[in-house]
Design a binder for this molecule. Structure first.
Ligand code: PEP
Ligand code: MG
Length: 917
């Protein structure tokens, strides 16, 4: 349907429909605010906010989400009346008209979903530009016919696509052909005559495609544009984006209708994007790009490579094309002032789209900027240091999981690099993977767990899945604000854009480089997003340098958190790393892993395969000395900090010799035949080793093993004297009963006594504690019993999950994807902590353990120890510390601070809430 009523007979805006159906903004009016995104969509609400703040923007109006939902794709009489009224106001505000072709009102029609979905929906510019109005527009622009024709040639393909599904490429190709015939490179070089010729060719295409009757009245065009935005909110691209971002499919979109700002009006007109701080590094200062003589999406589409905004950025890049600051200094100064105001009001870094029309600035859109993890950290820290936000707010703004990306490697600077392609350093970090040329190839590799580098001429919104699946993105065209760059930055993946010397042949799966070299599909490639380079081969990667802002945020997090953070460490180098990442001790050293890591496998096998306790003791003597030296090396960096050493846990069969060479080697060192070794190994075989002779059962069945391990730990501690752990904690794994606990406690206490006697040392020379690993449901249920005999609990959430679900942690991976797809589980419980099941057991254990021993120390050392959500559950349970891999310690520290802030805020809210009557 069309909007028929002429503007002169417009009805007044019905009060009840404001702002529910239509909200106007600009020309000194604002009927909405940033808080109304749920109704006006992000863009609409922000435009109202811009107007509210008195920032320069063209007037317009928003058709709300509610209006769109009620309309169901068609503009009914009530909405039509509302639109007419708003149009009338717009005509008055601009002095232009939808009915009078001599002073035509042109509008942009854009989508405004409640949550930003960049590039996923239709946008129409120059709506209202009929054949007749084109001459009027030229007159309005001081006789600039080229400009008016340029506007019309932009509108026609867009209308043709939405009205008749005609591929815009047909028009693009016709224009390229014309430019080639006339030896022109840039659109801005086309004269009025060239544009008139281009438009004639466009009209011919429309005739050939039987689409000559495109709507040629402003109201018809507007109705079509509005409906096309609604329809594109239901399109495949938008659906895919929503499902990737776990957004509701019925989210819908408001529609923004706004008077056009013309960035293509002449040499002092331009369109651009500015970030109020650098979205890659977070450094303060404007960061952005612009294109002279351009409209709308051109900057973000990546089809033309844009120019820097400021003179200093141009000089730093060594570019010759003038910056916006040089072309339109007044508009640049206004832009800088608007950015300052926006940041101070919105309290966050903004990503602002703007147009300069004949030297005058207009803002088209503002939204919180996508940023790299590195920038997110710096920006949050700086905003707090500048006093714009509180430290708590800064801590809440950094997603803990992103820190891990920050700590991810870069290319080793000492390695020899062979550059394949150079472009813009669009998103920092480094990745190694196989070259792929389509999103589908990247997805296929990701499914089989292989890393990939996605190479594209330019990225379109359709490539989004590929960017998600790939480990890095390389494009031949496009700038720092192209879709590829924005999305990769948000994901913390390296991206190099605008590597213009590379030519890409997607169908053949290859890229030609200058000098004749070729990258083929499947070739190993390294992407250095920090340097803006793709490198041949798989380069060695190294950890990144420490950021000052990282230390600032971590310092605040440490001051705020109440949960302790330790690390799971098996080797001295890991201990050093853990300290660097702020761990406050070792929460779990898996003693058998420590032995593995120092190559003590043969004496360990001798111990296990010994035929009697006597033979085992002899083997253990060798092993004990070795383990004592290893433990000393591990304890030394942790001087004065708690270190928890778990006595041997895994099923014995894991240590048995398997290959003939291993059999022969063990036989030789034991002084027996290979057959004898094989026979003993067969003796130890179990049907279900994970539930067999493992954990504390080893200590019960082979007491000499635990005794030797405890002795090694005590002797290492005595040897280190003041540098010993404080305290040394010994963990007994896989307990289920109090009898196991008391039996082993007696043994280990006896060992401690003997060692102290032998050393002639007083009892206080050894600061040690004994604890239980809670990893069987029975241990959790009977925590009261266990607490009686131990000083601490540490929750082994890996095994506790395995035992609670009855799900093998070693086998579940093979079917987990299918299981989740079938809806039998919502997530893999070995990755996502099962708060309601495993969590319930833990809460029971905490309550029962503390009931018997109020001060008992409680830790968590399973893989969930750094999962931010799990950390917040552990905080609520009242656990004392979490322990995780060294690299993840910062994640846990920040997650713990966030948990403390959130629970304090909840407590404050509860205090403020009126008491229930
Ligand atoms: C656990 O079970 O959670 C644990 C930390 O021990 P492991 O992973 O060694 O079984
Ligand atoms: Mg375990």
């Amino acid at each position: 349907m069309t909007i028929n009523s002429p503007s002169s007979s417009r009805p007044p805006l019905p009060r009840s429909s404001r702002p529910r159906f239509i909200a106007r903004f600009g020309a000194g009016l604002s009927e909405g605010s940033a808080a109304e995104a749920p109704s006006l969509g992000g863009k609409g609400a922000q435009l109202c906010e811009l107007a509210r703040l008195g920032l320069p923007t063209k007037p317009g109006f928003v058709i709300s989400l509610e209006a769109g939902r009620a309309a169901k794709g068609e503009i009914g009489p009530a909405l039509e009346a509302g639109i007419e009224a708003a149009l009338g106001w717009l005509e008055e505000a601009t002095g232009l008209s939808f009915s009078d072709a001599t002073r035509p009102l042109l509008v942009s029609v854009r989508s405004s979903p409640p949550i930003s979905m960049p590039g996923m929906m239709d946008t129409l510019l120059n709506v209202g530009l009929t054949r007749e109005a084109t001459a009027g527009l030229a007159m309005r622009a001081g006789g600039n016919l080229a400009f008016a024709l340029d506007c019309r040639r932009r509108l026609l393909p867009a209308l043709a696509e939405i009205a008749f599904d005609i591929e815009p490429d047909l028009f693009e190709e016709a224009l390229d052909e014309l430019k080639e015939e006339r030896d022109l490179r840039e659109d801005s070089e086309l004269s009025a005559g060239d544009w008139a010729e281009a438009l004639e060719r466009f009209e011919r295409i429309l005739e050939e495609e039987e689409a000559a009757n495109l709507p040629d009245s402003p109201r018809e065009q507007l109705a079509l544009a509005i409906k096309s935005v609604w329809a594109s909110a239901e399109g495949a691209r938008a659906r895919a984006w929503r499902s990737l971002h776990k957004l509701p499919q019925d989210m819908g979109a408001a529609v923004v209708v706004q008077a056009m700002a013309f960035g293509n009006l002449g040499p002092d007109s331009a369109t651009g994007v500015v970030f109020t701080r650098d979205p890659s590094t977070g450094a303060p200062g404007l960061f952005g790009e612009y294109l002279p003589q351009a409209q709308g999406e051109e900057v973000v589409s990546g089809l033309r490579t844009p120019r820097p905004l400021s003179k200093s950025a141009r000089e730093a890049l060594g570019g010759r094309a003038p910056s916006l600051e040089e072309v339109a200094p007044g508009a640049y100064a206004d832009l800088a002032a608007a950015c300052r105001k926006l940041e101070a009001e919105r309290l966050d870094v903004q990503d602002v789209e703007f147009t300069v029309e004949s030297g005058e600035l207009f803002l088209l859109q503002t939204r919180p900027a996508q940023r790299t993890p590195r920038a997110a950290l710096r920006i949050a820290a700086d905003l707090a240091s500048e006093g714009l936000i509180s430290r708590d707010e800064a801590l809440l703004r950094v997603a803990p999981a992103l820190l891990e990306r920050l700590l991810h490697p870069g290319v080793d600077p000492s390695a020899r690099r062979e550059t394949a392609a150079r472009g813009l350093a669009a998103s920092p970090g480094a990745a190694v993977g196989e070259a792929v040329f389509t999103a589908a190839e990247a997805e296929a590799l990701a499914r089989s767990g292989r890393p990939s580098i996605l190479i594209r001429a330019e990225t379109s919104p359709e490539d989004i899945r590929g960017i998600y699946a790939a480990d890095g993105v390389l494009t031949a065209r496009g700038g720092m604000t192209s879709h590829a760059a924005v999305i990769a930055r948000g994901l913390g993946k390296p991206c190099v854009c605008g590597a213009g010397e590379m030519r890409i042949f997607e169908n053949e799966g290859l890229a030609r480089l200058p000098g004749g070299r070729i990258i083929r599909r499947g070739d190993p490639l390294t992407l250095d997003g920090t340097a803006g380079e793709a490198l041949f081969g798989a380069m060695p990667l190294i950890p990144p340098p420490q950021e000052e802002a990282f230390e600032r945020i971590m310092g605040w997090a440490d001051a705020r958190r109440r949960l302790g953070v330790r690390a799971n460490v098996d080797a001295p180098a890991e201990a050093e790393q853990a300290l660097k990442f702020g761990a406050e001790g070792i929460g779990l050293c898996r003693s058998e892993q420590a032995l593995f890591s120092t190559g003590r496998l043969t004496p360990l096998r001798e111990t296990i395969l010994a035929s009697d306790p006597h033979e085992r003791r002899a083997a253990l003597e060798k092993l004990g000395a070795a383990q004592r030296a290893d433990l000393e090396a591990l304890f030394r960096p942790m001087a004065g900090l708690p270190v928890a050493l778990r006595l041997m846990d895994p099923p014995l069969h894991e240590f048995l010799p398997k290959t003939p060479e291993e059999m022969a080697e063990t036989a030789a060192s034991l002084g027996v035949s290979a057959e004898a070794v094989a026979a003993r190994a067969a003796d130890l075989a179990e049907f279900n080793p994970m539930l067999g002779r493992r954990g504390c059962r080893i200590g019960v069945l082979y007491p000499e093993i635990y005794e030797a391990q405890a002795r090694a730990a005590f002797e290492a501690a005595l040897d280190l004297g003041p540098l010993a752990p404080k305290p040394l904690e010994i963990i007994l794994p896989f307990l289920a009963t109090r009898s196991e606990m008391s039996l082993l406690r007696r043994q280990i206490e006896e060992t401690a006594r003997r060692v102290l006697d032998e050393w002639g040392a007083p009892p206080e020379a050894l600061d040690w504690r004994l604890g239980a690993m809670i990893e069987t449901p029975r241990a959790a249920l009977r925590a009261e019993d266990l607490a009686e005999d131990c000083d601490f609990f540490t929750f082994g959430t890996n095994d506790l999950t395995q035992m609670t679900f009855g799900l093998s942690r070693d086998d579940a991976g093979r079917f987990m994807r299918d299981y989740i797809a079938a809806g039998a589980l919502s997530a893999d419980p070995f990755h996502v902590f099962d708060e309601v099941g495993v969590g319930e057991l833990m809460r029971l254990a905490v309550a029962r353990g503390r009931a018997r021993k109020p001060g008992i120390l409680l830790g968590v050392c399973g893989e969930h120890g750094a999962d931010p959500e799990a950390v917040s559950h552990f905080h609520e349970m009242g656990v004392d510390y979490v322990s995780c891999s060294p690299y993840r310690a910062p994640v846990a520290r920040l997650a713990a601070a966030q948990a403390a802030i959130r629970s304090d805020r909840a407590a404050d809210r509860a205090k403020e809430a009126p008491p229930e009557s």
